[in-house]
Design a protein around this ligand. Structure first.
Ligand code: KG4
Ligand code: ZN
Length: 339
């Protein structure tokens, strides 16, 4: 089965053709980074307008790359939630229209759960539920138990900023380019930056917040540190921040695995490309840890087409009255509200 997948939940317009949930025949992603960079965050209005401009040529280019035609497609999959309302609406409307015109089924995909599915793209890894799932992105920091692709339970989350958001804000404080996560990671990973500056642990109430996270205190501590020591060494500071930000993710993921007696962990989202997170988790011999390929960590339509293969295929009668789901306020929204 060949699925044409559409992802427009935030600032990436992405189209993919995915065969039998595994093989990405072609994928084209247009990142709107340059459009939003000057605002140091995604501007929803600009994002949805860009999706409208980009999406049709991108669909054509993706089909051409795979040497396929609309007639070869068996179903359309699209991100229905969560994301920016305007951006979701563009992808959803086009997906619904295409499905109707081509008389093919429509598949509605949750963007967050698709991030986990990215682990299984372009390989033959067998899927053996249950998993603990750690989702780390610019909008979310979640600890979940994945019992099946349609039964994913959130057991913990951040109580304030997401980990990606903390990375981006610290990068901004250090005058690194947007989005800052990868730049902080690169600085922190440089040879010789083993001196650790004093930053606080983000300890929460052990029972009540057993699987939760908090990043706003760490972010403020970095701000104060820079004010007090403007001649700081950037590599040391990046390293010190990264250690505090990531160690807690590793600790709580392993704790949930232990509590639930689950020995496999999926790690997904933009921050799953972090070198220190990968190194620390892959070191552990207690559980099996799986990451997506780096190219499938950030937002992409491959993961939508992959997960879509395992979800209900809706008929015209079932999908015609449907719409995007309520948007969830993300980091990008919050950034925009502040500016
Ligand atoms: O999943 P994603 O592409 O978009 C959503 O937020 O949905 O994640 C983007 C986030 C940004 O905050 C970015 O700075 C962060 O992932 N990121 C990283 C790294 N690469 C991307 N954070 C830490 N280390 C990285 N190597
Ligand atoms: Zn995402």
């Amino acid at each position: 089965m060949i699925i044409l997948a559409i992802e427009t939940s935030c600032d990436e317009t992405s189209i993919a053709l995915v065969k039998n949930g595994r093989e990405v025949l072609a994928i084209k992603t247009y990142s709107q980074l340059a459009e939003h960079e000057v605002f140091y965050g995604v501007v929803p209005e600009i994002a949805s307008r860009m999706h409208v401009e980009i999406i049709f040529p991108l669909i054509e280019k993706t089909l051409k790359k795979a040497q396929l035609h609309f007639g070869d497609i068996d179903a359309i999959a699209v991100t229905q939630e969560p994301g920016l309302a305007g951006s979701l609406l563009v992808g959803f409307t086009i997906a619904k229209t295409l499905a109707y015109t081509l008389q093919k089924p429509l598949i509605l995909v949750n963007h967050l759960w698709a991030h986990f599915y990215a682990v299984f793209l372009e390989n033959h890894l067998s899927v053996t539920f249950p998993y603990v799932g750690l989702l780390v992105s610019g909008g979310h920091t979640l600890l979940t138990v994945i019992n099946s692709w349609s039964d994913i339970r959130i057991l913990g989350s951040t109580i304030d900023d997401s980990v990606g958001e903390a990375y981006d804000k610290v990068a901004k404080m250090m005058n690194l380019p947007y989005p800052g996560g990868v730049n902080v990671d690169n600085l922190a990973s440089k040879q010789g930056c083993k001196e650790v500056y004093p930053l606080p642990n983000m300890l929460l109430n052990y029972e009540k917040d057993r699987y939760n996270f908090s990043y706003s205190g760490l972010k403020t501590a970095v701000k104060r540190f820079i004010e007090k020591k403007p001649d700081y060494n950037p590599e040391y500071l990046a390293y010190s921040f990264q250690k505090k930000a990531i160690d807690i993710l590793v600790e709580k993921s392993l704790l949930l695995c232990k509590d639930k007696n689950i020995n496999s962990l999926l790690v997904a989202g933009g921050v799953a490309s972090n070198t220190y997170l990968r190194k620390e988790l892959l070191k552990t011999k207690k559980i099996n840890v799986y990451f997506p390929e780096i190219r499938f960590c950030s937002d992409n339509a491959g993961m939508i087409g992959g997960l879509g293969y395992h979800l209900p295929k809706l008929s015209q009668k079932e999908y015609l009255h449907l719409d995007i789901k309520d948007k969830i306020i993300t980091y990008q929204d919050k950034q925009n509200l502040r500016t």
